[in-house]
Design a protein around this ligand. Structure first.
Ligand code: NAD
Ligand code: DAU
Length: 350
């Protein structure tokens, strides 16, 4: 039997990797996305003419649109990725984060609950709602320790607070109303189709053009990097086989200081695209004002996901970052329009 999945945020970075994977795996996929600045249908070019793929432009905060999408598509799985995702933007303007991540998730839960209650007993049993979240809800680690599923929540940015709120709502809809949910919290993703405001794509593209490479503070903050297709594989596994009411941490055991990530990218770029006018790219590194409330360190213990569901990532940071750099070099038509718009906005000339 063909499985039917409604993916929210499927035109974003991780959502598009999930949609490409599920379409290739033979799922019937409905991608529901508002197409904010971060949503890009060009990320789905390779599957958008497949008969098992459909797109609906809609806001998860729009109750009627979500109701119609659920009632007409009749999914047996919802994978909820739609969100405002960039920490710096949440500091400059938290309103959209509350609206989409909190109110939007609430609205989607209400509509999913109504839809699920209307299913017959067999279909009810087969239905799942998978909420996709972040390790940032756990706050900031010191030099030691790892985030586990039972680590207390301590969000520090408007973004992570809004994601934490959404996690709590999802958990409550399971315990109070019995909606069959599963949750996951993942570390920093990187890879193809990543919007060029985030550290890794911004560094690759600025290094290519010989522009300054902004590093916040002294670059000593640590992130735990996971290649996006490894996350997509984990999400399919969790959505289909994770225990209901449980959450799973996802991470690749790839802790790196930001400065080391930037230096690694510089070294790859110097080797793959040497440019005599630019010279050694490390000289482009510019230490800039730190992000307010900047979390010092994130690191995931993915033991539960590995032990219970058998997931292991395919990429190491070294293989994944090399692939990522080469993807950006080969796919200028995808990023050029986004980067130009982003650079103009940063300079205040948009
Ligand atoms: P992204 O910003 O690249 O994409 C978000 C997508 O959601 C976009 O396509 C956007 O158009 C859509 N969207 C935003 N508001 C919407 C709304 N109101 N209605 C419908 N669609 C809307 O984000 P991402 O990096 O792909 O992250 C996806 C999810 O994974 C988010 O929930 C994020 O919190 C979570 N996450 C991200 C990371 C990461 O490293 N990027 C890590 C862990 C978890
Ligand atoms: O941990 C998961 C989270 O990872 C996700 O939930 C978020 O949606 C995602 O955006 C990402 O958040 P970060 O804030 O960690 O990602 P970002 O790429 O913005 O920054 C990574 C690190 O690099 C962070 O410590 C801040 C720093 N940084 C970032 C930018 C954009 C810089 O030093 N310079 C920069 O220009």
């Amino acid at each position: 039997m063909t499985r039917r999945v409604l993916v929210t945020g499927g035109a974003g970075f991780i959502g598009s990797a999930v949609v490409r994977r599920l379409v290739r795996d033979g799922w019937e996929v409905l991608n529901v996305d508002k197409l904010t600045y971060a949503g890009n249908l060009a990320s789905l070019n390779e599957i958008d003419n497949r008969p098992n793929y459909r797109f609906l432009k809609a806001d998860i905060g729009d109750g009627r649109a979500m109701r119609e999408a659920l009632d007409t598509f009749r999914p047996d799985l919802v994978m909820h990725l739609a969100a405002e995702s960039h920490v710096d933007r949440s500091i400059d303007g938290p309103g959209d984060f509350i609206q989409t991540n909190v109110v939007g998730t609430f609205n989607l839960l209400q509509e999913a609950l109504r839809y699920w209650r209307g299913l017959d007993a067999g279909a009810q049993k087969g239905f799942r709602f998978h909420h996709i979240s972040t390790d940032e809800v756990f706050g900031s680690l010191g030099a030691d320790g790892l985030f586990r599923e039972d680590t207390p929540y301590q969000p520090n940015s408007p973004y992570s607070a809004s994601k934490a709120a959404s996690d709590h709502l999802v958990r409550a809809w399971f315990h109070t109303y019995g909606l069959p949910v599963v949750m996951s919290n993942c570390s920093n993703n990187y890879g193809p189709y990543h919007f060029p405001e985030k550290l890794i794509p911004l560094t690759i593209l600025n290094a290519l053009e010989g522009k300054p490479l902004p590093v916040y503070g002294r670059g000593e903050n640590v992130r735990d990097w996971l290649y996006v297709d490894d996350h997509a594989a984990a999400l399919e596994l969790i959505a289909t086989t994770g225990r209901l009411g449980e959450s799973y941490n996802v991470g690749g055991n790839n802790e790196r200081r930001n400065i080391d990530v930037v230096r690694t990218i510089c070294a790859i770029m110097d080797r793959v695209v040497p440019d005599a006018r630019i010279g050694a790219r490390e000289a482009l590194i510019a230490f800039v004002t730190d992000r307010p409330g900047h979390d010092a360190r994130y690191a995931i213990d993915a033991g539960k996901l590995k032990d219970e569901l058998g997931w292991t990532p395919a990429e190491t940071f070294e293989t994944g970052i090399e692939k990522t750099v080469r993807w950006y070099l080969d796919n200028a038509s995808w990023w050029e329009p986004l980067k130009a718009r982003y650079d103009r906005a940063r300079l205040g000339t948009a």
